[in-house]
Write a protein that binds this ligand. Structure first.
Ligand SMILES: C[S@@+](CC[C@H](N)C(=O)[O-])C[C@H]1O[C@@H](n2cnc3c(N)ncnc32)[C@H](O)[C@@H]1O
Length: 200
């Protein structure tokens, strides 16, 4: 496992209002668009400090938080007792290690642009999802590289909408739908954010 790229960011991660705003929008869209219930076990891929999963936690029975950063996982661990659903932390790099479990659905926010080999990871997410389960991915649309102040670990400057739909389809998912749901204000401009929903 390489260096923890979020080690110096984890403690102050939730102090940026625009970060909270974007995840709040993503969570609201997920709750409005996907049918969730208390029998469900979800994976939050790239769960970070848990901003997304804590907004979904009242709707499902269990969430497995998959994240390679031990600093981010430490922040999430502190929230465990206040979460209304069961939480499992899986501190792995999904590009390297394949969990031996299946999920009713996968949610993920602002993580895809950190994944170098997307076809491999999307294919893993497909394998890890039960039949008819769902995939929800939220991330930046294509940008000019100015969004991140630090380029380490950023492998994509957002995503072309058609290309990400194609990659998800090639991984095996069907009924792929993508909508622009938000725009992050930064550097005096706005960076659009998409939400993609698909089915296995
Ligand atoms: C920008 S943060 C987003 C955190 C959270 N989803 C949110 O929206 O606030 C991206 C997270 O993805 C994690 N991550 C990046 N690549 C990963 C991989 N291959 N496997 C597991 N986690 C990964 C990072 O450690 C980081 O915590």
């Amino acid at each position: 496992m390489g260096a923890d790229l979020f080690a110096h960011k984890a403690a102050g991660y939730e102090q940026e209002k625009r970060r909270i705003d974007v995840v709040t929008h993503i969570a609201e869209e997920i709750v409005d668009s996907v049918s969730l219930n208390q029998d469900m076990h979800l994976m939050d891929f790239g769960s970070g400090t848990g901003l997304l999963l804590e907004r979904i936690a009242t709707k499902v029975g269990k969430i497995t938080a998959v994240d390679v950063s031990s600093a981010m996982n430490t922040q999430l661990e502190e929230k465990r007792s206040s979460l209304p659903c069961e939480l499992e932390l899986m501190p792995v790099d999904l590009a390297e290690i394949m969990p031996q479990v299946c999920f009713d659905g996968v949610i993920s926010s602002m993580t895809l642009h950190h994944i170098e080999n997307l076809p491999v990871v999307l294919s893993r997410l497909y394998t890890l999802t039960v039949d008819k389960g769902f995939l929800v991915l939220a991330d930046l649309e294509l940008e000019d590289g100015s969004f991140h102040d630090e380029p380490d670990g950023v492998f994509h400057h957002g995503f072309d909408r058609r290309k990400i739909v194609k990659l998800v389809t090639m991984a095996g998912f069907r009924d792929v739908k993508l909508n622009r749901i938000h725009a992050v204000p930064k550097n005096g401009r706005e960076y659009p954010v998409f939400l993609l929903i698909a089915r296995k």
